[in-house]
Design a protein around this ligand. Structure first.
Ligand SMILES: C[S@@+](CC[C@H](N)C(=O)[O-])C[C@H]1O[C@@H](n2cnc3c(N)ncnc32)[C@H](O)[C@@H]1O
Length: 241
């Protein structure tokens, strides 16, 4: 049985509400996130960097630079990430800044809890990205680092809608994820067969723009769109009006 108490006490977080594991995680990503051996296997900086073709540091740092130096205000990281992403984010917080990290899987929350020093201004909570259960306008900034390509379209849409809902007016949503690389990039041809098997929702983000999943009634401005590694990765920055 997963010990959520450990997650709560070590980082002084509030009691997690019961959240069920989405079917796509159990079915498609059990080998990456759900199984205890998956966490032991993947929680290696060199391995997550290899999975991103050596771009982990660059992509992590572009998010951190977008958030600020130091990072002020209340920041929400939606979904855990293997490697040092959250550690570096927490290290960059200003004296008054704070970070909330949410994930739907207790095993992932326990894992991130082990990486973050107990003295940090970080709270770790179990939440589904499609139903964050935070009040409207709670956060100054929010981050989605490689979550969208892993979830079905309806979850992409609800996640973006929720991320924007919990942002304050004037707040910023920073997204880094896959993108269809240029026609000269060998991975444009080599990756799809692998992604179809391992990450069946990933190719959606090659075919459609992140903007197409934004809620139609939201008042937002895309303030930055940048591509990395021949277009295989994208950063999209969305301001909530
Ligand atoms: C951010 S994504 C991928 C990150 C990246 N591939 C890495 O190196 O870790 C992985 C995380 O998303 C979480 N996740 C997936 N669906 C979610 C949802 N609906 N709500 C919250 N977390 C979710 C998984 O539990 C997992 O911890």
């Amino acid at each position: 049985m997963i010990n959520l108490t450990k997650v709560r006490t070590r980082n002084n977080v509030s009691r997690p509400l019961p959240v069920s594991t989405p079917a796509y995680l159990e079915k498609t990503y059990w080998w990456a996130y759900v199984h205890p051996k998956a966490v032991v296997f993947f929680e290696r900086q060199w391995l997550v960097n290899l999975i991103l073709w050596g771009n982990f540091g660059k992509l992590r740092d572009t998010v951190l630079d977008e958030l600020g130096y130091p990072i002020h205000g209340v920041v929400l990281q939606i979904a855990c990430v293997y490697g040092d992403f959250s550690v570096k984010l927490a290290e960059r917080l200003s004296a008054g800044g704070s970070l909330d990290i949410v994930d739907v899987l207790p095993i992932q929350l326990e894992n991130v809890c082990r990486k973050i020093p107990a003295s940090s201004s970080v709270r770790i909570m179990q939440r589904d990205s499609t139903s964050l259960r935070f009040a409207d306008g709670s956060y100054d900034q929010a981050v989605l680092f490689f979550l969208l390509h892993e979830v079905p379209t309806s979850v992409k849409e609800k996640t973006l809608s929720e991320a924007l809902r919990v942002l304050k007016p004037g707040g910023k949503l920073v997204i880094v994820d896959y993108h269809q690389p240029s026609i000269f990039h060998p991975l444009r041809y080599l990756l799809p067969p692998m992604l179809k098997i391992l990450e069946p929702f990933a190719l959606d983000i090659w075919k459609e723009s992140i903007e197409s999943w934004l809620p139609k009634d939201s008042l937002t401005v895309i303030t930055a769109k940048e591509f990395f590694f021949g277009g295989l990765y994208q950063k999209v920055v969305i301001h909530k009006c």
